[in-house]
Design a protein around this ligand. Structure first.
Ligand code: FPP
Length: 255
């Protein structure tokens, strides 16, 4: 999938380890061209494939893509089944190539409402690529942070009720260990396309200290340049994780 690392563009010294993207604007992209929304999603899948390649080239270790939210079931039935079909097509058609490129696939979100054959496909994609050492591609499908947190709370409550856990001992690590993202690093950078500036129930726990970049680019147009611009913007930010900036030779004694 990648021809090996390419030189990074000026302004990009290194890539953030984990980039998460809210892929928005497929519908508007299609509408602006007088095309059905489905065509926007189809082109969105092409942008997704392109972004997986570009992320690998830039040295990003984990790429999380928000492809269907727990709220997206409210869309017209035809659009929902088209999006479910796109996920099926993506897993069926791209899995071999992703595996070959060393990509490890993880799917986060609730599996309870998914058709058994789709659940099997997802499980196969995860088990087949589990030992890969390249980019980790996390597809958030039927994902919503509140749902994920509620499921984690239910798991903690069940353990407590069964006497396996003292409720007083519950801490942040125990909750994080019951989230779908267990074992993954927290996102450093969250990008949302299409000019919207909402988080829309995406990685609410995990993105506590992420940097957010909002770009007007509609998702089907998201390309290497747009990804590099977001990474360059990330590097212009100062991350303090709730602390203060360490005094350095440059800022000590400066008013
Ligand atoms: C948001 O655009 C996009 C989605 C809800 C779906 C994202 C899906 C893809 C990128 C295609 C790949 C899909 C899978 C499942 C692998 P929107 O429709 O809300 O756009 P709008 O806000 O302009 O209407």
């Amino acid at each position: 999938m990648s021809d090996g690392p390419r030189p990074l563009s000026p302004g990009i010294e290194s890539a953030p380890a984990h980039v998460a993207i809210i892929m928005d604007g497929n519908g508007r992209w299609a509408q602006m061209r007088g095309l059905p929304r489905q065509e926007g999603h189809r082109r969105g899948l092409e942008a997704l494939r392109r972004t997986v390649r570009n992320a690998g080239d830039l040295g990003i270790r984990v790429l999380t893509l928000y492809s269907f939210s727990t709220e997206n079931w409210r869309r017209p039935k035809a659009e929902v089944s088209f999006l479910l079909g796109l996920l099926r097509r993506f897993v069926e058609n791209d899995l071999a190539e992703l595996h070959e490129a060393g990509v490890r696939v993880r799917i986060i979100g609730s599996r309870a409402d998914l058709a058994p054959d789709l659940r099997l496909l997802i499980e196969r994609a995860e088990s087949m690529t589990a030992g890969n050492q390249g980019l980790t591609l996390v597809v958030a499908f039927n994902y919503g942070s509140r749902d994920e947190l509620a499921r984690a709370a239910r798991a903690l409550a069940a353990d407590a009720a069964a006497g396996r856990l003292d409720p007083q001992a519950i801490d942040e690590d125990m909750l994080a260990a019951r989230l779908d993202t267990v074992g993954l690093p927290e996102p450093d950078l969250v990008i949302r396309t299409s000019g919207e500036t909402r988080i829309s129930n995406f990685l609410l726990w995990q993105a506590a200290y992420a940097e957010f970049v909002f770009t007007p680019v509609l998702w089907p147009d998201f390309d290497r340049k747009a990804l590099e611009e977001a990474v360059a913007e990330f590097h212009r930010r100062e991350r303090r994780f709730g602390g203060v900036t360490e005094p350095t030779a440059c800022n000590v004694g400066v008013a």
